[in-house]
Write a protein that binds this ligand. Sequence first.
Ligand SMILES: *Cc1c(COP(=O)(O)O)cnc(C)c1O
Length: 410
Amino acid sequence: MEQTENGYAIQGVNLLEVAETFGSPLYVYDADTIISQYKRLNNAFGDVKLKIKYACKALTNLSVLKLLRAQGAGLDTVSIQEVRLGLLAGYQPEEILYTPNCVSFEEIRAAVEIGVQINIDNISILEQFGHEYGGLVPCCIRLNPHIMAGGHAHISVGHIDSKFGISVYQIPHVVRIVKTYGMNINGLHMHTGSDILDSEVFLHGAQILFDVAKEFQDLQFMDFGSGFKVAYRAGDVTTNIEDMGVRIGQKFREFCDSYGRELELWFEPGKFLVSESGYLLVKANVIKQTTSTMFVGVDSGQNHLIRPMMYDAYHEITNISNPNGTKRVYSIVGYICETDTLGYDRPLNEVREGDILAIHNGGAYAFAMSSNYNSRFRPAEVMIYQGVPHLIRKRETLDDLTRNQVVLDV
Ligand SMILES: *Cc1c(COP(=O)(O)O)cnc(C)c1O
């Protein structure tokens, strides 16, 4: 969003007017930001055959999926439901990677029937897969290179105790299974966590995958996962995509030369593509001065944005109703009946009851992790596309809360 003479705008569309038209709380996404992030990553790797698979768990709205497909993205999915959403958004099965963790073999079978690229992350499933399909259905193997990387412990998935992936130390076992069943391993994958700053981490992981690749002759692609760090506040250091592209691109070309075939290089960013595109617009219901703190209580909370409470995440907050107001320090809290803080001790332009606040980085893991806790409705979603705000999901109503309830006659 940019500051203009009369407030804040996205693509020239005034955000206060958007809040007035569609109500609050409201998620607003800037399609241009999604497109420019996609292009930035897509352009970073020179002449490598790059494929970007959007990790759609970050934000699965069909209009977002369609927007990314129109840019050329494929999809990374973690459940059969995400696969089906991808199909609804127009993705071809072969454009979809399915990377589940701890799902039943029935669900994997359903994904095979749809025809998506399967990614297997444990030895038991690998063995069942080999037993059932032999070499008829190719599959990718998710490896755990055991590099400790990423932000909060809950989103760091590459460490030795992690439940994700097959340990690189178990490669001899994997190779025995693959030989026994004559399996076709067409890809190797790693995803070590979120909020990785340093391209060294990707290079280190890449090197491990390159070494392992010698054991497999049918590879078509290598997937280095995701975890690119985005800015949460002004001045935040972020992954240097261009530098990473040059360095990984070069290593990857060298690897392809030694492997003897040109493979595709895949990444599967979620946050990087959509985080900064989104804002959660909320309204200040009450200003409450206690003996120690000035609270702003808003018409939203952890039910719509759980990251601050769950991961101690910092989300920038702007008072878009009073751009020239004197700065004062506030704690911004939600209306959920337990500790529900969206931001501590934030200097905001003076907040008056009724003002609209924009919570930044509301694109990734915001709506996607929202709930009906306290029987609150999930907000509407709006996408600003080609200079026009479009409603892309309606606000919930009481019907949504009762729809699947079967009321007992008591
Ligand atoms: C969550 C996830 C991603 C995306 O992570 P971001 O930090 O949002 O980029 C990619 N791949 C897999 C397998 C994931 O589970």
